[in-house]
Design a protein around this ligand. Structure first.
Ligand SMILES: [Zn+2]
Length: 752
């Protein structure tokens, strides 16, 4: 060993650290010789004079890469011991093996210089205080680093060029295996085949990765471990995504789907992180390399569907529900997406996001789906009519023809370039090799011609690859004629309708308009064209359920002389339906009368009066009259849902006698006439805009204090406090909304 004179007693009195490491576990397993040589360094230390007790082997870094000091406890220990001045010498097989990063090594060597620690490798002994030794070590370190770089890049290049040829053996996913000759084939195991096949079928059927997981509930799914073994486990969402994203299932050979890079963590640790690259950045994509479970087109379609499902990126996938434009409708006022809200099962589009973000403009609005959807749907169906398709096909034919001409021109260019390259080659061959100057010129010319040929061929390949296949004309025409029927068929799901809509329409915008009765709808086609539609605004749910003018007309005409049940029959036989699409019954007709203030039929025979008339004339409540009809005191017949009382003078006399006799009615009677602030229940009902029944109900429940007056009448002391309490009750009551609406207009007398 050269330079052993550098070893002083001071060095020998300290420890000799033997640093042993191998980069990877494979090296530890296979390169045992190197490890043995590294351990052999302790013998060298002994020979150089260190006592056996002073020699220490540090081998905790076996199997760890030297590129980064991070995570290498052994190297850190060496550095620590050097710092403390405990080490007389550090032994390593080569200096470069101490650390493979220059920064780490430089730090160690600097510390060794400061603490007068020797560095000893198989070649010699280095005293860091000696400038020559330091330079030598620096040089060796740099050479080692260069060597590593060259080796690495050579390996990387070899790997990449093998990958570009499709020859690099990549790990196969479950469902694909290598046969005896090394070719990739479908796994012969039927269960594996079925599982993988079903995954893709389930995705086509459900349209989402979660749907696939649901379809595989209770079923196991194959996976391939790192070591290449097949195992079975339940299918998870993550694995569905991985399978759908794996191009191997589409028969493609792809290299460079993932790329790893070094990242510095917040605490200064350096780690590797691998990320998935977008398809456009894959290094090698070779299609049709081996049999697959799906076609490449299906793979692309799945990829697009997954991207459309990803709401994190702002995508708004098709959802269940009747609102056709869900997910593609925008507010023309603030530009934000509109959300679908359901009110009693009826969808409407609302600019709630604009409101939430406090950017709502006066142009922001809310529109019922019933206003927008029919207009958009008919616009879509019109675009798919036979005439439009005819035009599209003609345009496509023109494009195809133009393309054929371009391809032909490129083919001719290739032919010409090939001919010229052949000529240049023959000229070079004909030239005498001794005539160097001429030969060199010919060589240069051939080179240029070959370059031109390569460029022409590449141009041709690009044009051919850009080919967009057209569907057969007859197929398209047939599809178009059945489309209208398919669209409105009850078997067609809302989801499918929306998907169809989205294939052609990119988005729909509700444009702010000056007119409130109509809605301007902007439709942007996927082709880039746009269109503006106008739709009559269906203002609210009541309006959406409104009876047709014909029905109202008929009820107005026949109403005064026909009772509700007969009128319902007549409306039904004329083919009319209610606003909600149901057949008419007496109640439905009554609602129409109420809405349009059409009075009930005048059905009273001579001498007949209504219950209301009797109650007024006798000064008793309606319910008392009704109960007397029940007990037989009064004779009445029912017509159109009402009692018509035969109020003869005898009957009236009998009633008055009954009242006089009835202790119950007069029990709490207080004959004083009503005070100015005392109102009858009917007057209170009119004041509050609610039904009399509601007022009587409040009285009987005790919400409204009332006193019995003369003739069984009730009087309510209607102070402002009482009125306020009543109005609050109305506002809070969920059962009184329709009466609330009526409160705005005077209730038609007797129409109730
Ligand atoms: Zn808005």
């Amino acid at each position: 060993m050269r330079g052993h004179t550098k070893i002083t007693p001071s060095h020998l009195s300290r420890r000799a650290l033997i640093y042993v490491r191998q980069s990877t576990l494979a090296q530890v397993r296979n390169n045992t010789e190197s490890t043995a040589r590294q351990y052999g360094l302790s013998e060298l230390a002994a020979r150089l004079g260190w006592a056996a007790a002073g020699i220490e082997v540090i081998d905790t870094d076996l199997g760890l890469s030297g590129q980064l000091a991070e995570g290498r406890a052994g190297f850190k220990e060496v550095v620590g011991r050097v710092c403390l001045g405990e080490a007389g010498a550090i032994f390593g097989l080569e200096v470069s093996r101490l650390a493979r990063s220059s920064a780490d090594l430089a730090k160690l060597l600097e510390l060794a210089r400061l603490t007068d620690t020797l560095v000893i490798d198989a070649d010699g002994i280095y005293d860091l205080s000696d400038i020559n030794d330091r330079m030598l070590l620096g040089l060796k370190n740099q050479m080692a680093e260069a060597e590593l770089h060259i080796l690495g890049s050579r390996m990387d290049m070899a790997k990449r060029s093998a990958a570009a040829r499709g020859e690099l053996r990549l790990q196969l996913p479950a469902g694909l295996v290598r046969d005896d000759e090394g070719a990739i084939a479908i796994d012969p195991d039927q269960e594996v085949q079925a599982a993988i096949g079903d995954l893709f079928t389930a995705f086509t059927a459900t349209g989402s990765a979660y749907g696939v997981v649901g379809a595989f509930a209770g079923r196991r799914f194959p996976r391939r471990s790192q070591a290449g073994e097949l195992t079975w486990a339940p299918l998870t969402y993550d694995r569905v995504l991985k399978a759908l994203a794996n191009p191997a299932y589409a028969g493609a050979y792809v290299f460079g789907r993932r790329r790893s890079r070094r990242v510095v963590a917040a605490d200064g640790r350096i780690t590797r992180r691998s990320s998935t690259m977008p398809r456009a950045e894959w290094e090698t994509t070779l299609l049709g390399q081996h049999p697959g479970y799906i076609t490449w087109d299906q793979y692309l379609a799945n990829e697009a569907k997954l991207a459309a499902n990803n709401t994190n990126t702002g995508a708004r996938p098709v959802r269940e529900g009747a609102a056709l434009c869900q997910g593609i409708i925008y507010c023309g006022g603030c530009g934000r997406p509109m959300n679908v809200h359901y009110v009693r099962g009826r969808p409407s589009y609302e600019c709630s996001r604009g409101r939430a973000d406090h950017v709502a403009t006066p142009g922001c609005r809310s529109v019922t789906a019933a206003t927008v959807d029919p207009a958009v749907a008919s616009c879509l169906l019109a675009a798919l009519s036979g005439q439009e398709v005819e035009l599209a096909l003609a345009a496509a034919g023109e494009v195809a023809e133009r393309r054929t001409r371009t391809v032909r021109a490129s083919e001719l260019a290739v032919d010409r370039a090939r001919y010229q390259a052949g000529r240049a080659e023959r000229a070079l061959l004909a030239c005498e090799p001794e005539n160097r100057l001429v030969a060199r010129t010919f060589e240069a010319r051939l080179e240029a011609k070959l370059q031109e040929l390569a460029e022409a061929e590449a141009a041709l390949a690009t044009i051919i690859a850009a080919k967009v296949p057209l569907p057969p004309r007859a197929e398209l025409e047939a599809a178009v004629t059945t489309l209208g029927t398919l669209w409105s068929a009850p078997t067609t799901a809302d989801r499918d309708r929306k998907r169809l809509l989205r294939t052609l329409i990119a988005d729909v915008t509700i444009l702010p308009g000056s007119d409130t009765a109509t809605v301007r709808i902007g439709v942007r086609w996927r082709s880039g064209a746009s269109e503006e539609l106008f739709a009559e605004r269906v203002s609210n749910i009541c309006a959406a359920r409104r009876s047709t003018p014909e029905v109202v007309d008929l009820v107005r005409r026949l109403g005064p002389v026909t009772d509700n049940a007969t009128l319902a029959q007549q409306l039904n036989s004329a083919g009319h339906r209610t606003g909600t699409g149901r057949i008419f019954d007496a109640d439905a007709v009554r609602l129409v009368r109420r809405s349009y203030q059409i009075p009930p039929a005048e059905l009273l025979a001579p001498g007949e009066v209504t219950v209301g008339d009797v109650s007024q004339r006798l000064g008793i409540s309606r319910s008392t009259v009704t109960s007397w009809i029940g007990t037989g005191l009064l004779t009445a017949r029912r017509a159109a849902g009402r009692y018509l009382v035969a109020f003869t003078p005898q009957a009236e006399a009998a009633c008055r006698q009954h009242i006089a006799a009835s202790a119950q009615i007069h029990q709490q009677a207080d004959a004083t006439p009503p005070a100015p602030d005392e109102l009858s229940p009917a007057a209170v009902a009119a004041r509050l805009g609610i039904s009399r029944d509601a007022v009587y109900n409040w009285v009987s429940c005790g919400h409204l204090p009332a006193r019995h007056g003369a003739g069984g009448r009730r009087y309510i002391r209607f102070t402002t406090d009482v009125e306020a309490a009543c109005r609050q009750r109305i506002a809070l009551s969920p059962q009184l909304p329709h009466v609330k609406a009526q409160a705005l207009q005077p209730a038609p007398g007797g129409a109730l």
